[in-house]
Ligand binder design. Structure first.
Ligand code: COA
Length: 635
């Protein structure tokens, strides 16, 4: 376990939620503490395998609000058959328990494979989240470069804590969390494959990289960020280097090679093979993959009204706006890309396979705080070598792949509607005053908003962290419950009394919080069901009928795919919907306001990110009004 000193220094333990320091993350030791990470990791519990019967019962309960009665009757029979004594469910459960005994985490490797590496849709929009920061205080090239230089210095400052194993441990309540994801996000990259991708992490190699990659006008540069004595370049030195890069790439590259990474993974996998046949290309790609992270110095996007500014910024972070804007100024396979626009628009995009949002946001919070530190007077600087431009030999075949990728990303960028909505009436403060979990309150507002638009409830996904367990990733909080369905149905019914509605709301919020507690302690149903299915495949058994059932497909058709990603900075993460007629909803509840990023696909006539955002606003306002009109609700 981590030493007592790390806990006391961090001093972050609290009743629930992932706890973070309120200011710049400070290392727990001034020097390297070798072995501290592993000692901590080994002290974490292993992810449990929930009891089979418990999952089966909870699965049926989760289906109740989203399937028809006759479907449910049919599924109940399948589930009974599946879980009966001596049946296939029992066999798979035993297999899973055995796997849990032989691995560090019975789920994580399967999960990364199924959710990310075997998923063949483009990582852009479909998998990689974007993150929008508030606009920074610059609007010209020198300002852009100065800010970018500070940002690089801030990331390197954070990296020192990772390298030295002095990063403060995070807690959920009193429980320490797995810190592995922090060790996976720098110097790593996804590699496209023909059927399945992989991820490499060069931080763990015997020669970890000393460089980052800078992309400007679709051209890639390798920028060494450490001096020969191992000290990091200062912000002033980085400024000089970034200026050299910008001077060396004044025009937009007509063949922006990075656009290939926006493609469908099978196509990119094939194009990748063609690309790296050439030795120069292979070396350039390798430099990008090995880089600590990528910095994208973006050109300005079209000017929009202040009302639309954050939504356009979200599009820039999510997909770059298309080939005519900044989609080619990226390497979307890179785990971490910071984006600094010419007009003060800043943010990031990250490839999801190695990590969830919270560690990325913690890093970004630190970096933003770091950039706010007053500038130090420039010290005298020795001459630094010119950053190395990465060259690519573009054959006609590669040119064709680039043209096809341009076409695909332009279509995809057109197909996504993304709306950033700042809900300014209240934040976490109001639900807290009513002794309700703010997250559960927001989720119930989403349920109400959806019901008001479609007159039924839908399968809803909210990510729950499994980081209380070693190498834990996520499970699903199913926000649509019988309690939420009863609440949303009653809410606009004039025949129901306010007191009854408020009670139903309280029930629904409590049910959501109970599901959350169950999920973060490894007792939710979704990853367990996935594990049972994977176990069947592992044992070469035919997939049990319960997984071929229409109700199972319905349960996984998440028209609402949601996630809370809280931060200190007034930012918001964004991601695309996971089904064609669905919504992606990410939110950051601050004390007195809530930042929402809502996405939908324009090809679907039924959905509209703007309309859902408005409906959520209405639902939140109406829910508070109900509480105010029902004084007893305020405990
Ligand atoms: N009365 C008063 N206050 C309450 C309360 C109640 N009944 N319930 C909770 N609160 C307080 C909490 O103490 C906390 O206080 P803080 O603002 O001082 O931190 C705050 O309200 C937030 O709690 P809550 O809204 O319940 O959410 P949470 O912080 O427990 O988070 C999850 C819930 C599900 C988001 C979290 O457990 C989780 O798993 N996060 C990770 C999700 C993830 O990985 N997303 C990324 C995917 S890419």
């Amino acid at each position: 376990m981590w030493g007592i000193c790390s806990r006391t220094l961090v001093g972050m333990a609290k009743t629930c939620g992932i706890a973070r320091p309120k200011h710049l993350v400070k290392p727990v030791s001034a020097t390297r503490v070798a072995g501290r990470y592993l000692t901590h990791q080994r002290g974490l519990p292993c992810l449990p395998v929930p009891p089979l019967q418990q999952t089966c019962e909870r699965y049926i309960a989760a289906l109740e609000p989203i399937v028809e009665t006759d479907e449910l009757t049919h599924t109940k029979k399948l589930v009974e058959e599946f879980q009966k004594a001596g049946g296939v469910g029992e066999r798979l459960q035993k297999g899973l328990e055995k796997r849990a005994g032989n691995t560090e985490n019975w789920l994580s490797e399967w999960w990364v494979k199924v959710a990310y590496l075997e998923y063949r849709m483009p990582v852009v929009v479909h998998s990689s989240p974007g993150l929008v920061l508030p606009p920074m205080n610059f609007s010209d090239k020198p300002g852009q470069i100065r800010f970018a230089a500070k940002l690089i210095a801030g990331v390197l400052d954070f990296k020192t804590m990772i390298d030295n194993e002095t990063l403060p441990v995070e807690y959920m309540g009193q429980k320490p969390l797995c810190m592995n994801q922090y060790y996976e996000v720098l110097s790593s990259c996804r590699i496209p494959g023909l059927k399945m991708d992989s991820v490499v992490n060069h931080a763990k190699s015997s020669h970890p990289p000393n460089h980052i990659i800078v992309v400007h006008n679709g051209q890639f540069f390798q920028l060494d960020v450490y001096n020969s004595d191992g000290t990091a370049l200062t912000a002033e030195q980085l400024c000089v280097q970034l200026n050299k890069i910008c001077d060396a790439s004044p025009e937009m590259n007509a063949e922006p090679i990075g656009i290939l990474t926006t493609e469908h993974r099978d196509r990119w996998g094939r194009a990748y093979q063609t690309l790296i046949k050439d030795k120069t290309n292979k070396d350039s790609v390798s430099a990008i993959q090995r880089g600590i992270f990528t910095l994208c110095l973006d050109g300005a996007m079209p000017h929009v009204s202040s009302e639309l500014y954050r939504s356009c910024a979200a599009a820039q972070m999510l997909h770059g706006g298309g080939s005519q804007w900044n989609s080619g100024n990226r390497w979307f396979d890179k785990t971490l890309q910071f984006i600094v626009g010419a007009d003060g628009t800043c943010g990031a995009n990250y490839e999801h396979a190695p990590a969830e949002g919270p560690p990325i946001v913690a890093l970004i919070d630190h970096v933003v705080e770091y950039t706010r530190k007053p500038e130090t007077a420039p010290a005298s600087m020795g001459a630094l070598p010119m950053p190395h431009k990465l060259h690519f030999n573009i054959t006609p075949e590669i040119k064709k792949d680039i043209e096809e990728a341009k076409h695909s990303i332009n279509k995809l960028a057109q197909e996504v509607e993304i709306r950033v909505h700042v809900f300014s009436h209240f934040g976490k403060n109001v639900p807290k005053a009513y002794k309700m979990s703010p997250d559960a309150f927001i989720q119930m507002a989403l349920q109400l908003a959806f019901y008001r638009m479609y007159k039924h409830s839908c399968a809803t996904y909210e990510s729950a962290s499994l980081r209380m367990y070693r190498l834990g990733r996520t499970d699903t909080i199913r926000s649509a419950s019988s309690a939420s369905a009863a609440f949303v149905k009653a809410f606009d019914d004039p025949s129901r009394q306010n007191k009854e509605k408020a009670d139903l709301m309280e029930n629904a919020v409590k049910a959501h919080r109970a599901y959350t507690n169950m999920a973060v302690s490894g007792q939710a149903i979704d990853r367990h069901l996935l594990g049972l299915k994977m176990q069947a495949l592992e044992e070469n058994l035919s997939v049990p009928a319960v997984f071929k059932d229409a109700a199972y497909a319905k349960a996984l058709h998440y028209r609402l795919s949601t996630s809370q990603v809280p931060s200190k900075t007034d930012c918001v993460m964004c991601f695309g919907p996971v089904v064609p007629n669905g919504y992606g909803v990410c939110y950051n509840p601050m004390n007195d306001h809530i930042n929402f990023a809502v996405s939908s696909f324009t090809a679907c006539e039924e959905t509209s990110a703007g309309r859902l955002a408005q409906a959520v606003e209405g639902a939140l306002v109406d829910m508070r009004a109900l509480l105010e009109q029902t004084p007893k609700a305020k405990l």
